[in-house]
Design a protein around this ligand. Structure first.
Ligand SMILES: Nc1ncnc2c1ncn2[C@@H]1O[C@H](COP(=O)(O)OP(=O)(O)OP(=O)(O)O)[C@@H](O)[C@H]1O
Ligand SMILES: [Mg+2]
Length: 256
């Protein structure tokens, strides 16, 4: 089968809707492209459908209608294991396994893929360094880590098998402003080095402006508009303008 996605799109939503079994519409006619190597932000208030959108990419959920394509192919009928191998997922509220120590959490996917143990160990060390954690952290359990450390482990785990695409669901959500700032800076440095395709969920416009190449604004399960950060700040779209106003007026542009 020939790929039928526009050139350069790593992920494409084609008229995707998602309804709950009881019929409630969560996403309506989503049309969205994520270009290769870009960081596309999904910005929207709580309940607007951001997490649902991400879950459609790794097939934790399936569209009620429409199609999701990854690397040019509809993911509907493909092998889900193979699909997920190419995707790193940083889950909202981290989602580390509490009964696994840091090392086992990070090494999860490489071990599932049958990497030789030496290579797994090397990769874990490399990743800890990459996300700014000391090696002795490896033997700790998630409850023995600070929130910021847990977030870093979550990012390391998502990067473990070097996926081309990263899905990040509010990865820096529940952090103090300084730690958050630090992780955002490190994300930018990492992104310059690794050039992944990233879909990054946030409800914080400051974070969106800082990290995103484009921002898709979601409201009530619809994409309102997709804009670059400078376009977003100039936008006449009422919702984008409301975000920009709140951002300009807020003392430290507090989270939305
Ligand atoms: N399994 C479910 N059963 C019922 N409602 C659901 C279910 N999953 C999601 N929803 C509803 O779908 C809507 C979108 O949820 P989603 O988790 O995608 O929002 P979100 O934008 O990620 O919000 P947040 O910023 O709070 O994480 C919400 O109204 C939510 O209550
Ligand atoms: Mg969410």
């Amino acid at each position: 089968m020939e790929p039928h996605t526009a050139d350069g799109a790593a992920i494409e939503f084609r008229d995707v809707s998602y309804l709950l079994p009881a019929g409630q519409q969560i996403l309506s006619h989503l049309n969205l492209q994520v270009l290769r190597g870009e960081t596309l932000i999904l910005l929207g208030r709580s309940g607007s459908g951001k997490t649902t959108t991400l879950k459609l990419v790794n097939r934790l959920l399936s569209p009620s209608s429409g199609e999701v394509c990854v690397n040019g192919f509809s993911i509907k009928n493909g092998d889900v294991i193979r699909l997920r191998r190419g995707l790193g997922y940083v889950i909202q509220d981290v989602g580390l396994f509490p009964h696994f120590n840091v090392e086992r959490n990070i090494a999860l996917v490489p071990r599932l893929e049958g990497w030789p143990e030496e290579r797994v160990q090397g990769r874990v060390r490399e990743l800890l360094e990459l996300v700014g954690l000391e090696e002795h952290i490896a033997s700790r359990y998630p409850h023995q880590l600070s929130g910021g450390q847990r977030q870093r482990v979550g990012v390391a785990r998502a990067l473990a098998a070097d996926p081309a695409i990263l899905l990040m669901d509010e990865p820096f959500g529940a952090l103090d402003p300084l730690t958050r700032d630090e992780l955002q800076r490190e994300f930018l440095a990492l992104q310059r080095r690794l050039s992944k395709t990233v879909v990054f969920v946030t409800h914080d416009l400051r974070e969106a402006l800082r990290l995103g190449s484009r921002i898709a604004l979601l409201e009530a399960g619809r994409v309102v508009t997709v804009l670059s950060p400078p376009e977003f700040l100039r936008s006449q779209n009422p919702l984008a303008a409301a975000y920009a106003r709140a951002f300009a007026n807020g003392p430290n542009s507090a989270a939305y």
